[in-house]
Design a protein around this ligand. Structure first.
Ligand code: GZL
Length: 334
């Protein structure tokens, strides 16, 4: 009896394929897509939240790439910076039998079991922006993001060169650091890069570091605390632009001039940060390119075609200060 069933099912599969149905081996899906149904590639995307200008631009990059005219159906979930919401979203994507899952993991830890469920469901997982800390890296196909350690290093290198230009490179320089979401790849990498480079300059003193969770209001609060505690802060290094924007409000409320009394270096280089650089309130911003949509779509195109994909794809990044911010503003995509 079983044999007859297998034979008739095989005949059914072959006839469907001959009738021009589309079966995507890479999606290892149980169901077939017939011409009457949508031929769209269904992508489930679990985004961090909407905590910063960078994140909004990152989301927009995906929504403008994963459109029906480009052959996709995007199921977008905003996890509101709660990892448990992302885990729930991934389990729902499995139930919905999506073709691919894209995850921007809020923090690196806690992913092993749900990513094993995704793999067992035969759904390829692509990581965008941040990394997961898992024993088995076959749980994800590829990762697209910024080089966070280098972004941290570049922020301190830029400071050293700037101090040389203004003749202050021999002074004792007191630095406060504002970290992003603790345990996120961006925070881990930037903290490592910043502190490794600070240690290379004997005249640099890191007074204190605190997290502002990549959020503007927290940036203002943390800077208010720093200003109450220290009366000799020379530099703020903020791990994203929005925390720097909040810090600027605190610095001005304390009667100080941001960009002059306190040198401000941030990371992301979103449009609003370039405007603050031109206004002289931020001295430099290290770019972290958020436009991951097209890169992730290219990974999916390769997987659909059965082509190999790289495990790690870094996005290109620059450094912006008073010398180049104004000229780049008119064409800035984010
Ligand atoms: C960096 C990204 C960070 C940005 C912040 O790739 O994870 O999260 O620097 C965002 O602006 O909130």
């Amino acid at each position: 009896m079983i044999k007859k069933q297998i034979l008739s099912y095989t005949v059914f599969l072959v006839s469907l394929c001959l009738a021009g149905c589309f079966y995507r081996p890479n999606a290892q899906r149980s169901s077939l897509v017939t011409p009457t149904e949508s031929n769209l590639i269904v992508v489930g995307y679990a985004q961090v939240g909407a905590e910063s200008d960078w994140r909004v631009a990152n989301t927009q990059s995906f929504k403008s790439t994963f459109t029906e005219e480009n052959g996709f159906e995007l199921i977008f979930i905003d996890a509101q910076q709660k990892p448990e919401n992302q885990i729930k979203a991934l389990r729902n994507f499995i139930q919905q039998e999506v073709d691919y899952i894209v995850l921007a993991p809020i923090v690196e830890s806690g992913w092993d079991s749900v990513l094993k469920e995704v793999k067992e469901a035969g759904i390829p997982l692509i990581l965008s922006d941040r990394m997961v800390n898992v024993e088995d890296d076959s749980l994800y196909v590829s990762w697209v993001g910024g080089n966070f350690v280098k972004e941290g290093e570049d922020s301190v290198e830029w400071l050293h060169n700037y101090l040389k230009e203004i003749g202050r490179d021999k002074e004792i320089i007191n630095i406060v650091e504002m970290q992003g979401t603790l345990g996120s790849t961006a925070e881990i990498g930037r903290t490592e890069g910043i502190e490794k480079k600070i240690a290379e300059y004997p005249n640099f003193r890191l007074l204190e570091k605190q997290t502002g969770d990549f959020v503007q209001s927290m940036g203002q609060e943390v800077m208010e605390g720093f200003l109450k505690k220290y009366d000799d802060i020379d530099v703020l290094i903020a791990q994203n632009d929005n925390m720097a924007f909040g810090a600027i409000d605190a610095i001005e409320a304390a009667g100080l001039v941001p960009g002059k009394d306190i040198i401000i270096i941030s990371i992301d280089a979103v449009k609003a940060a370039l405007e603050e650089i031109v206004a002289g309130r931020i001295n430099a911003s290290i770019e972290c390119n958020p436009l991951h949509g097209p890169r992730v779509a290219e990974i999916i195109r390769k997987l659909e075609a059965g082509e190999p994909v790289e495990k790690k794809i870094y996005v290109n990044e620059e450094i912006f200060d008073i010398k180049n911010a104004a000229e780049r503003l008119p064409t800035r995509e984010y």
